[in-house]
Design a protein around this ligand. Structure first.
Ligand SMILES: NC(=O)c1ccc[n+]([C@@H]2O[C@H](COP(=O)([O-])OP(=O)(O)OC[C@H]3O[C@@H](n4cnc5c(N)ncnc54)[C@H](O)[C@@H]3O)[C@@H](O)[C@H]2O)c1
Length: 269
């Protein structure tokens, strides 16, 4: 029996990157997936090979900035799930560079609507359906940028921090319905988009590699593995947590680093 056999799953941001890898993983492990993304052409291209492989995936072009479109996507879920839903992954999101002292309110509003409000709406719509299913698993997309500051990325970091905290509140509200809610906090993940931008900046790519104890950034598939773990029954007692998936990047305090092979501690004498 496949891990997600007979499960109905919703994934936002499914056309590319981490969301696409999640959709592929869920579908290949037996789930019926309703895949939402505002890039209709990319969505079709990503779903095509999955349908050819005989998996069960339906694409719904959806802009998660628009509440009515999210509602329409979840109505599609009802067509397949008979009113129920088992897994809901809220992956769609994006970042924006800008200083707190200079960004306009409209820019904050846009970024927060894309990342935070869309997640809130998806959670609301998912919970109603999971109650009908007798339970379910929600995974919200936070980031290691939601755990600490990255100067210049205030809108993004604060939005991802809000998502992590929202997820904890939600978990405590809906646990009584056998619904789990967890957040995933990836570090740098080499999606096509990210690898494309690093191609023209090899020194930046090298800096990313150097900053990680594993000496590299992650892959969308590795990130999807952690997300699908949270969505699966293997994580049946994992709830209200933020799972960091960063290869160890955030495991240091930021104090000066010394050469590990030659450093000798003199015991304070
Ligand atoms: N890649 C990383 O290093 C990284 C690290 C931490 C967190 N994240 C988060 O992971 C999520 C996915 O990012 P990714 O790196 O896979 O990016 P990506 O650009 O490869 O994929 C994002 C997908 O979301 C879709 N999307 C964007 N805005 C949308 C909208 N308004 N409505 C519907 N779909 C929309 C895009 O079309 C795209 O298919 C984001 O929330 C991002 O903040 C990414």
């Amino acid at each position: 029996m496949k891990r997600f056999e007979d499960k109905i799953a919703f994934v936002s941001g499914a056309a590319n990157g981490i969301g696409k890898a999640c959709m592929q993983r869920l579908a290949s492990e037996g789930a019926t997936v309703i895949a939402a993304d505002w890039k209709a052409d990319d969505l079709e291209a990503s779903i095509g090979p999955l349908l050819e492989a005989g998996y069960h995936v339906t694409g719904v072009p959806t802009d998660v900035m628009d509440e009515a479109q999210i509602e329409a996507a979840f109505e599609k879920v009802d067509q397949f799930g008979g009113g129920g839903l088992d897994i809901s992954l809220h992956i769609a999101g994006n970042s924006m560079f800008g200083l707190v002292e200079s960004l306009e309110s409209a820019e904050w509003e846009r970024l927060w609507r894309l990342n935070v409000l869309s997640t809130i709406i998806c959670c609301r719509l998912a919970v109603a359906r999971m109650k009908a299913s007798g339970g379910g698993a929600i995974v919200n997309m936070s980031s290691i940028s939601g755990i600490a500051g990255d100067p210049g990325w205030g809108p993004y970091n604060s939005a991802k921090a809000a998502i992590a905290n929202l997820t904890q509140c939600l978990a405590w509200e809906v646990g009584r319905y056998n619904i789990r809610a967890n957040a995933i906090c990836p570090g740098p993940i080499g999606t096509e988009r990210m690898l494309g931008s690093l191609e023209s900046a090899p020194e930046q790519a090298e800096a990313y590699n150097r900053s990680n104890p594993l000496g590299r950034i992650g892959t969308p598939e590795e990130c999807a593995g952690a997300i699908c773990f949270l969505a699966s029954d293997d994580a049946a007692f994992v709830n209200s947590t933020t799972l960091v998936c960063d290869g160890g990047l955030t495991g240091v305090t930021g104090q000066p680093r010394f050469d590990m092979d030659s450093y000798v501690f003199d015991g304070g004498s």
